[in-house]
Design a protein around this ligand. Structure first.
Ligand SMILES: NC(=O)NCCC(=O)O
Ligand SMILES: [Zn+2]
Length: 496
């Protein structure tokens, strides 16, 4: 949209670490017709010597041809890419047609990659925008008016239908509305009923659960423009709680930042025409505190679910678990020591991002990262930020994620008696009321190669419907059985 995000790889990852995020996955977006490989190399060059923490890349597919398909293959096979983002909106810029979506989903399936979608009906947005501008509505409020909830929900429905027809997985990025989340949950439930599992995943944002479009507060043009992203923040004040409950009940699996920050002068490109306001808000620094505050402090979910939706689930879906998203021997030493008693008030005056605005301004958060280790290096030390530019590495994401391509919905854990260990296990797996959660185990064993990515020896194989906690559990004499709901994500072992 004619502007370059002010957070580069240095400031963006510095801010991420300050907030307790130890790895990011950025989007490398080629313009229509531009080579995917060129975009990949451009992003790698931008990142090298700047990133303070590890990073991976999702690549955008903004048009379709045999060459795009060939490049997707090369990216997967030679460059450690396992996810591609397709846009159903931004007509004429990034938007692809249904046929192109179908073909790209099919290519992802063949490659063992994960198709991601920006779900909004771009044709409707385009026509609505024209109509609104013609009628004299040209301010930032026109942005949300041009893309109401059903425009997002329709696209989620279409993307789910397409992926279902193709038989591919699907990851819906930045789910922003109740209607869209409900549609996604409906498709997940349908697949679970039919197949016993689902390959549809949904992400929402810190922005979506941390704030909403409050027209009484957003009366100044600049404040309102600073809150413009797509899909938009919803005016319905129940939206954040609704989405948090979806996260709690595993109807949504991950929380992203979708950090895309533009300063006041850049947002001003849209004065007189809301379609020209660069889309995007901050999130990479405050994501963890906001989710903790709104989810855990509000008692909608427990700290284990917090770990799952902020870290472990993404690591599993994008096939870097247990290297990431897990604390264990053999995993990367990316560790956040979270102090639930620490307090901070979010402000653009004190944040580490390059942007001059913070959409969470004034929010009091009870929970701060006290220590953050990135690859073994202490980068937040008793709250003091000590990052090293260029310290981060590119993390290849292997295709054929076991979690996505071979998941099991229900695991049977066979146990022998009520020993301490088993009681502890039961504690860990008993979810908060009305919440079903996964058991993410991390045992202290060396990494083994499975041929498709790594897991710990003795650790639950995410493909397997049964696993052994320890050898004594295999004693047939003492064996009793408990069944554990095991949707993607959920509880981490023991740390809490
Ligand atoms: N969410 C948002 O507006 N980010 C900018 C690019 C995109 O739409 O994905
Ligand atoms: Zn998007």
């Amino acid at each position: 949209m004619g502007a370059v995000s002010v957070d580069d790889f240095y400031q963006g990852t510095k801010a991420a670490i300050a907030g307790g995020t130890t790895m990011i996955i950025d989007f490398a977006l080629p313009s229509k017709g531009e080579s995917l490989l060129d975009a990949y190399h451009k992003w790698r060059t931008r990142a090298t010597n700047k990133v303070c923490c590890d990073y991976a890349l999702h690549i955008g597919v903004t048009s379709w041809s045999d060459e795009v398909k060939r490049e997707m293959e090369e990216l997967c096979k030679l460059h450690g890419v396992n996810s591609f983002k397709m846009f159903m909106a931004y007509k004429g810029v990034f938007m692809v047609t249904d046929s192109e979506l179908y073909n790209s989903f099919e290519a992802c399936k063949e490659l063992g990659a994960i198709p991601m979608v920006h779900a909004e009906n771009g044709d409707i947005v385009f026509e609505n925008s024209k109509r609104l501008l013609k009628s004299g509505i040209n301010g930032p409020d026109g942005h949300a008016l041009s893309r109401p909830e059903e425009v997002e929900a329709e696209a989620v429905n279409r993307a789910c239908t397409l992926s279902n027809q193709v038989g591919s997985p699907l990851y819906v990025v930045h789910v922003m509305s109740k209607a869209a989340a409900e549609v996604l949950a409906k498709h997940r439930a349908k697949q679970i009923k039919q197949n016993g599992n689902t390959k549809i995943y949904g992400e929402t944002l810190a922005a979506a659960v941390g704030t909403h479009w409050d027209e009484n507060k957003l009366t100044c043009w600049h404040d309102a423009a600073a809150h413009v992203l797509s899909p938009p923040l919803r005016a319905d004040p129940d939206t954040p709680n609704f989405l948090l409950n979806m996260l709690a009940s595993d109807k949504l699996q991950t929380t992203g930042s979708d950090n895309a920050t533009f300063n006041k002068d850049q947002k001003s490109l849209g004065k007189g025409d809301f379609t020209k306001i660069p889309n995007g808000v901050n999130g990479v620094e405050d994501r963890m505190s906001v989710i903790w505050e709104k989810g855990v402090v509000s008692e909608l979910f427990d700290p284990c679910r917090f770990v799952a939706i902020t870290s472990a689930n993404a690591a599993k879906i994008f096939n870097i678990f247990p290297r990431k998203g897990c604390i264990d021997v053999g995993s990367d030493a990316d560790i956040v020591v979270w102090n639930p008693k620490g307090k901070r008030i979010i402000s653009a005056k004190t944040h580490h991002q390059a942007v001059d605005y913070n959409i969470f301004e004034g929010m009091e958060c009870h929970g701060i990262p006290e220590y953050v280790l990135v690859g073994g290096r202490v980068c937040v030390d008793e709250g003091q930020l000590k990052v090293v530019q260029g310290h981060g590495k590119y993390v290849p994401t292997p295709t054929h994620s076991e979690f996505v391509y071979n998941n099991e919905k229900v695991s049977e854990i066979e146990v022998i008696d009520e020993s301490k260990e088993i009681k502890a296990l039961k504690l860990q797996i008993s979810p908060p009321s009305s919440v079903t959660s996964d058991v993410s185990t991390c045992t202290k064993s060396p990494m083994i190669h499975t041929g498709k990515g790594m897991r710990m020896e003795g650790q639950r194989d995410l493909q397997s419907s049964t696993f052994s906690i320890s050898s004594e559990f295999n004693d047939p004499v003492k064996k009793s059985s408990i069944r554990v709901r095991n949707p993607p994500g959920g509880q981490s072992l023991g740390f809490w």
